[in-house]
Design a protein around this ligand. Structure first.
Ligand code: KG4
Ligand code: ZN
Length: 379
């Protein structure tokens, strides 16, 4: 089965082609046009600007993603449906199904991907599957069954009986969720953020620290600087010298919900009190990052134990955080741990195509006329 994935939920225009062969899913193309530099100057995503940029990018991005399927030297498709100049034939790429993110996300951004998918489904006369953006993130863990991936990160090669139940932590700019996954397509949300998502908290904390958008990678960079600077200092001196302490919100609550807005406020008050904070950005970054990591890991491990998970999976943009990856891997201990390759943590269309593959296998198609955007789509 060959699947075209389309993703336009927020500020990345993405298209990808994956091919399934037996128990193996190969990535033929993975094209992402990021708008980060456009939104940087506003300190966050401006929805209308994002939507307009998606309109400009969607066809070139899809054309680029389809290249491996076209005869070599073939000119780009015009809306994926072109006259072959020499023979007058219509070229239809050999796609079996289109998988598109229909929500949650920014409505005007989602509309661009969904309307494009509807049109292609109609002109190519192929089925379309609607993919929940969070489900896509979860399936980033099922990408790349090729030998390039370390075996312990290859979810798809593992038999379902050894994989499920899985506890999946999805941490992105818009979502922080703990999901119990009992099988393909079977999800139960066991915990969510009550206010800011983990990525949003990173972005807001970065803003307070005068760093650029997106804040997660910036905070991670400064935190690493702090760790490197202090790796030579003994623990004893370190503990007496560095006093910044931020709260770990809801870490001891019995439920699996999260709350990060208070953490950001605590940082704001500490910065207000500290006249020398500008000299301590690496230290504030390290403590903020560690506070988020502590809460995420504590709740995930507790959930994994309670639900007797066979695997713990990590996904979403914040899963690009190297400290989180490292510390979670250590904390899961004797449970199998799966996380996506770095390039599949932030928004991409490969994860949509892979989630779409599993949905197509279950024949969960949607007629293109009925395909709808739902910016609050639940898992
Ligand atoms: O999944 P994603 O690309 O988009 C959404 O679905 O929201 O996630 C983007 C989020 C941003 O908030 C960004 O700051 C965060 O992921 N992020 C990180 C890192 N890289 C991206 N957060 C912490 N550490 C990182 N290295
Ligand atoms: Zn996302």
């Amino acid at each position: 089965m060959i699947i075209l994935g389309i993703e336009t939920s927020c500020d990345e225009t993405a298209a990808a082609v994956v091919v399934s062969k037996g128990n193996k899913i190969d990535v033929l193309s993975n094209i992402v046009s990021s708008q980060v530099n456009i939104h940087k100057k506003y300190g966050g995503v401006v929805p209308e600007v994002a939507a307009r940029e998606h309109v400009l990018q969607i066809l070139p991005v899809i054309n680029e993603a389809l290249k491996p399927l076209l005869p070599s030297g073939h000119p780009p498709l015009s809306f994926g449906y072109a006259q072959d100049k020499c023979k007058g034939r219509k070229i239809v790429p050999s796609i079996d199904v289109i998988a598109v993110a229909t929500g949650p996300g920014l409505i005007t951004s989602l509309l661009v991907g969904v309307e494009t998918a509807k049109t292609l489904s109609y002109v190519w006369n192929i089925p379309v599957v609607s993919v929940n953006h969070i489900e896509g993130h979860i399936y980033a863990n099922f990408v790349g069954l090729s030998s390039k991936f370390p075996p312990k990160r290859r979810a798809g090669k593992v038999q379902s009986s050894k994989l499920f139940p899985a506890v999946v932590l999805t941490v992105s700019g818009g979502h922080t969720m703990l999901v119990l996954m009992k099988g393909h397509g079977k999800y139960k949300t066991i915990g969510e953020t009550r206010d800011d998502a983990a990525g949003e908290a990173f972005d807001k904390a970065a803003k307070l620290l005068g760093l650029t958008y997106p804040g997660g990678p910036e905070i991670a960079k400064y935190a690493e600087k702090f760790t490197k600077q202090n790796s030579k200092i003994s623990n004893k001196i370190q503990n007496s010298k560095f006093k910044i302490k931020l709260p770990r919100p809801m870490i001891n609550n019995k439920n699996y919900d999260f709350s990060f807005s208070g953490l950001k406020t605590a940082l704001m008050y500490d910065l207000k009190k500290d006249k020398t904070w500008k000299k301590k950005i690496p230290e504030y970054s390290a403590e903020f990052q560690q506070a988020v990591i502590d809460v995420l890991i504590s709740k995930t491990i507790r959930a994994a134990k309670e639900y007797k998970a066979k695997t713990v999976m990590l996904t979403g943009g914040v899963a690009a955080n190297k400290e989180l990856r490292k510390q979670m891997e250590k904390a899961v201990n004797n449970i199998k741990f799966i996380m996506p390759d770095l390039k599949y943590t932030t928004d991409n269309a490969v994860m949509m195509a892979v989630a779409g593959y599993y949905k197509a296998k279950r024949k969960e198609f949607t007629n293109w006329q009925k395909l709808k955007v739902d910016c609050n789509l639940e898992l």
